[in-house]
Write a protein that binds this ligand. Sequence first.
Ligand code: NOJ
Length: 737
Amino acid sequence: MFDKKTIIKGVSFMNYTYKNALLPPMERTLNLLSLMTLEEKVGQMMQISYNMVNVTEAEQWVKNKFAGSFLHALGDNADRLQELALSTRLGIPLMFGIDAIHGHALLNGATVFPSQLAMSCSFNPSLVESAGRVTAREVSADGLHWTFSPLLCIGRDTRWGRINETFGEDPYLIGLLASAIIKGYQGKNLSDPGSILACAKHYIAYGESTGAKDAYDTEVTLRKVREVFLPPFKKAVEVGCATFMTGYQSIDGTPMTANKKMLKDILKDELGFDGFVVTDWNNTGSLVDKQKVSPDISDASKKAIESGNDMIMNTNDFYGATLKLVQEGKVSETLIDDAVKRILNIKFKMGLFDAKKRRGYISTDVIASKEHQEINLELTRESIVLLENKNNTLPLNNIKKIAVIGPNADSIQAQFGDWTFFSHPDPNPEAVPNFEYYTMLRGIRELAESKNIEVTYHKGCDIMDKEDIDIEGAVKACEDADVIIAVVGDCLAMNGEFKDRATLDMPGSQQELLEQLKKLNKPLAVVLVNGKPLSIPWIAQNADAVVETFNSGTLGGKALADILFGEFNPCGKLSISFPYHSGQTPVYYNHLPGWHSPKYADLSTAEPLYSFGYGLSYTSYKYSNLTLSKTSCSSKDTITVSVDVTNIGKCDGTEIVQLYVNDVISSVMTPVKELKGFEKVQINAGETKNVSITLSVSDFSIVDADEKYVVEPGDFEIMVGPDSRDASLLKEVLTVF
Ligand code: NOJ
């Protein structure tokens, strides 16, 4: 509230209305901006990385240079800095950012959700929104304000190290899930105590860098950016995502930090984004020493400002360089004002000036609370995908002894994946979790023992350490087991920034381990714990069952056990395609048509090993009676597509009914099919449900050669089915006039 006793040096009392909480955020912002010196303004643009400065430097950044934000400062450190910020001349609070990527997982003790890739296989926006809400509450209880999430990059070339952070390969699904998690993070109102800022990243086409090499150039045209990469970010703007982060990479030779066209012209002017843009880590400095488009930090800072970056992450010499640029008239102060206005407006909107955004306002009891774990378990179960189930190997029944084998059976580090207290950005593989967690082994063991089933375990081999191998021992451990559950996959060393892969083969000696286990002629169920799709044709062919869990978080083992023992009927579907062979990547379903053989001469098929949208259940479904509410309409109409889905198996289940569209003839080539809608429906055994999905025909627009969004008249194939494969889909034609 407005405090009459507050005296600000050199400013008359009537002037500092920014302290009046009853005024609208923008009014307070403009007032505060009018009171600020150039140093205070440029300070607001600075985001200091807590881990890159010592304590004294951190304090100086607040006291003397008025830094606006810190990242990766936690607990008492953050509190101390905040107190300091509040005691400065204008008392502008700091905004604390954190990589709460799948839960507030840099904090040992908080809920760790499945990775974005895993959760996208749930095709469940409402659960993903709840995961965002839970994360927001836990981050807020820790006194922080902002997560650098979600990641909206499109996961096409799966050699890329950050595939685990994507929502998969489909722009529509990514946009939908991103909007959901943004809503979860930001809540109904940014100023609610349990709301945090979301950050849509990395703008734009970052996942597409050449050869899947992180931060290299992206060779895409502006038309393609608009058609493929922009739609999810557009949705993020529409749901009010408060912040955007620029990519590390360049597009056609222009680094994103210096890309005025993408940042200022498209994001801010065309899409009307009114939040603020933060650079990625030292992006501004990288213009000089990595991307080499600037001779010095002064030129780099000028480019960053003029292109539309508002907050500068971890390029600390931006501060001095920018002061000089403005003082010498080389950069207009109005550009600084625009950036600071955006930052302050968000600070006011989120109630940062009020006590309810401070640590202590929300009790830390919410962190990993029972309610949060229940949501986590629900999402984890729905994220798991059953890829193979020959002869109904699963659910397990009539067994007395299980052998659990493999390096990822009891590895919470591999199960968590990237962006937890074990890994990025402060790797601590020896950390001991101070909360209850379920590795795959623990989950299987507890549920098995409650059913009087014996469990033996043997690691077999390590993934990275070639010395740590005992395949014979593993084979021996299987001796009198009725079923073998082999838990294999990849590990932290193969996922994340700086960890792109050349091959997607099963790493280490795991293949050999599996081949030896197969020789035992016992039912072999393979459970995959991995950051990304691996090329596993041998497993597909030889395992009796295959279950994909990706990085499943705290309760992965519990969720897996529920599925293995039939307490939960699997319903996840792949949000990303699996290649037969690394050389087949990228192998996404929504590719443009081509000619000559779609197949490589030395591969037996053109198809992926597992396609987008694919996933099995313990029951099966029959699709029939595909009907369109009309067979011709205008581009302004909506149509309703309905289909009967019958559960023809013996148990109840949940099916993800998918709708794809193909623009038959278009002025530029368009994908062979694109997901335009889906419904997740619960269908009891023997029951038929009529499922309808309503579409706006305007969503069939393409980006033509002049970069215009148009719905071109003509025929559109409407396809509905359980996955993206042609053979799985029923088809009708809609004519648009
Ligand atoms: C680098 C990563 O690219 C980005 O995703 C992350 O949010 C920032 N660093 C902050 O850690």
